[in-house]
Each structure stands twice: as structure tokens, then as C-alpha cells.
Design a protein around this ligand. Structure first.
Ligand SMILES: NC(=O)c1ccc[n+]([C@@H]2O[C@H](COP(=O)([O-])OP(=O)(O)OC[C@H]3O[C@@H](n4cnc5c(N)ncnc54)[C@H](OP(=O)(O)O)[C@@H]3O)[C@@H](O)[C@H]2O)c1
Length: 293
């Protein structure tokens, strides 16, 4: 890839997350000097093409939206290619003649859950370790979450060994446009990635359970939904402000009070270890995804 601060980006599989990242990168007025000169997004179907055109309409002069038949064209013309289709689709996408060749020499950003940089290497170069005229594949594996759509994601990323500092800066810039981005080592990626990618769904399940209690007591969900969510957000914000979660929990639970009763009930039901088991199951699944083709 040429050194280029105004990037040509392809988003292959521009669904919920691909669209959020595309909007973030296009909206950016970054002081780093990086920006998007043109962005080509691809999707599988015509209705999605219209959805993406709508979502990116503020940047129409820099955006082209195509369907899957044009994946090769989209990738060929880009400096940076974001792979944001579902992992299960990867065999189909890579089987198209010319696709893997179109990715060679580009910076590849993959957000496919559970797919290692080694697997991205295999997809592009086959079973032999990759190299572009002697240099390693320039690829970054990342795990954002759905809060990217409101630019409040936490994205973890890890590079393929040999990815240049300049390309890492580009990857960090792309993911920073939708929230915070942190580089972590690939050997701790699975557990950390499920903590940012899946844990939110567990907490939402907890919110749903809390709202059931309101309904059981005769209060309609919409009347309390935002109260519950906003109070939870406020409490959570105390943690980065310096309070350890267990110290905070202890502070809230006064002797003889309501909170301690509720907490004891949850402990009796094994909720704490249920959360641990759920995340460990997700991490185990993440570890096996690259090998399940
Ligand atoms: N959702 C999450 O919370 C989350 C978190 C972290 C990572 N991830 C990863 O992020 C990726 C995207 O997830 P998502 O939730 O954004 O999925 P999504 O909304 O289903 O988006 C996938 C997109 O891929 C398109 N697509 C399917 N086959 C294609 C093909 N052959 N060529 C081009 N595009 C194709 C689909 O098009 P159509 O719309 O036309 O079907 C869809 O727009 C996945 O790999 C997932 O593992 C997701």
C-alpha cells in the first residue's frame, strides 16, 4: 500500500457494524491527517444496498455501494479492506475468483468474530505462510461492539506479526472513529474479545429481567425502562472513576437493607458464576471458530 493519508477503503459485508465503522470513518475530521478519500461498500442483497446508501447519504460523493458480485472490484481499488461479513460466509466470499488476489498488498482489517490473523493469512494465501514480495501480510484482527453505531464502542485489535507501525496507526485510527480502540496480544484476544463483544448482551438480559419485576409489580415496561438503564449507566460510570465493583457493591448494600436481600437472592441462584460460565463458553467458542470452516 502506498503511504496515503486520504484512504481508499472497501467495506466487504457492510451490515450493522460495517455501516457503523464506515459512518465513523467518513464523518471523521481527524487531526491525525488520516481521512477517507473514497469508500466502496458491498452487501449481499439489493434491499441492503438501499439501506447502506441511505445510511451513508451524507457522504454520497465519496461513497459507492455495490452488491456481492462486485466484491473483487471493490477490494481491487482499495488501500484498506474491512472484512465485516459473518465468519460463516468467509468460504463463499473467498471462493470467488480473484478475491484473494485483490486483497494481496492491502491493509486488511477483519472484524469477523473468532477469526485469527493466521486464518486470514490462510484465506488469502492458502496453507503456506503468507508473504507479499517477502513482506508479511498486513492484517489486523479487531473486535468492536454494537455501540459503534453511537460511536461509543470499545474495539480491541491485534496485528498479524510484521504489520507495519504505519498500518497499525491506520487500524487504530479507523476503530477510534467509533469509540475507544485498544491493542492487545492475540493470545488473550478470545477472552478479551468476548468481554467486549458479547458481555453487553448478558447485561441486556439482566436489564430485561429487572424490567420483568416492574411488570410483575404492575408497572409498565416503557415507564421504567429508561430509569433502569440510566441508573445502571450512572453506576457503571463510577467504576472507571475509581471505585472497584465489589467495593461499590458493598457500599450500596446497607445493613438490613433491600440491596443485600436482592444480592443474596442472586448468589443463591448462582448468578455470579453463571456470568463467568457464560463468558468462558463464549471464549471457548471463539477459540474454535477459525478451525470450523
Ligand atoms: N454484531 C456484533 O455485536 C458483533 C460484535 C463483534 C464482531 N462482530 C462481527 O462483525 C461482523 C459483522 O457483524 P454484523 O452484526 O454487522 O453482521 P450483519 O449486520 O449481518 O452484516 C453482514 C453483512 O454482510 C453482507 N454479506 C453477506 N454475504 C456477503 C457477500 N458474499 N458479499 C458481501 N457482503 C455480504 C450482508 O448483506 P445483506 O445485508 O444483504 O444480507 C450484511 O450486510 C461479523 O463477522 C461478526 O462476527 C459482530
Amino acid at each position: 500500500m502506498e503511504t496515503n493519508t486520504q484512504l481508499k477503503v472497501a467495506v466487504i459485508g457492510c451490515g450493522a457494524l460495517g455501516t457503523a465503522i464506515a459512518v465513523g470513518a467518513l464523518d471523521s475530521s481527524s487531526e491525525t491527517g488520516l481521512g477517507v478519500k473514497q469508500l466502496v461498500a458491498t452487501v449481499a442483497t439489493e434491499p441492503s444496498k438501499r439501506r447502506v446508501e441511505d445510511a451513508l447519504s451524507n457522504h454520497a460523493s465519496r461513497v459507492t455501494v455495490l452488491t456481492r458480485e462486485e466484491n473483487v472490484r471493490a477490494a481491487k481499488d482499495a488501500d484498506v479492506v474491512l472484512l465485516s461479513f459473518k465468519p460463516i460466509k468467509r468460504a463463499e466470499v473467498f471462493a470467488v475468483p480473484g478475491f484473494k488476489e485483490a486483497l494481496r498488498g492491502k491493509l486488511i482489517l477483519s472484524i469477523m468474530a473468532g477469526i485469527t490473523t493466521k486464518e486470514v493469512n490462510r484465506l488469502i494465501y492458502g496453507e503456506e505462510p503468507a508473504s507479499d514480495s517477502g513482506s508479511p501480510l498486513q492484517a489486523v484482527r479487531a473486535m468492536p461492539n454494537m455501540a459503534a453505531s453511537i460511536k461509543q464502542a470499545v474495539t480491541l485489535y491485534t496485528p498479524n506479526p510484521g504489520t507495519t507501525k504505519e498500518n497499525l496507526e491506520i487500524a487504530s485510527w479507523v476503530f477510534s472513529q467509533v469509540g475507544e480502540a485498544y491493542q492487545i496480544p492475540e493470545n488473550s484476544f478470545d477472552i478479551c474479545a468476548v468481554l467486549v463483544g458479547c458481555a453487553g448482551s448478558l447485561l441486556l438480559l439482566a436489564i430485561d429481567g429487572l424490567l420483568d419485576a416492574a411488570v410483575a409489580e404492575g408497572v409498565r415496561r416503557p415507564e421504567v425502562q429508561n430509569l433502569v438503564v440510566n441508573s445502571a449507566i450512572g453506576m457503571m460510570n463510577l467504576v472507571p472513576a475509581g471505585d472497584h465493583p465489589s467495593v461499590l457493591r458493598e457500599k450500596i448494600a446497607s445493613p438490613g437493607g433491600c440491596s443485600i436481600r436482592a444480592l443474596l437472592e442472586l448468589e443463591k441462584l448462582g448468578v455470579r458464576s453463571a456470568f463467568t460460565s457464560a463468558i468462558m463458553a463464549a471464549a471457548e467458542r471463539s477459540k474454535t471458530m477459525s478451525s470450523s470452516r
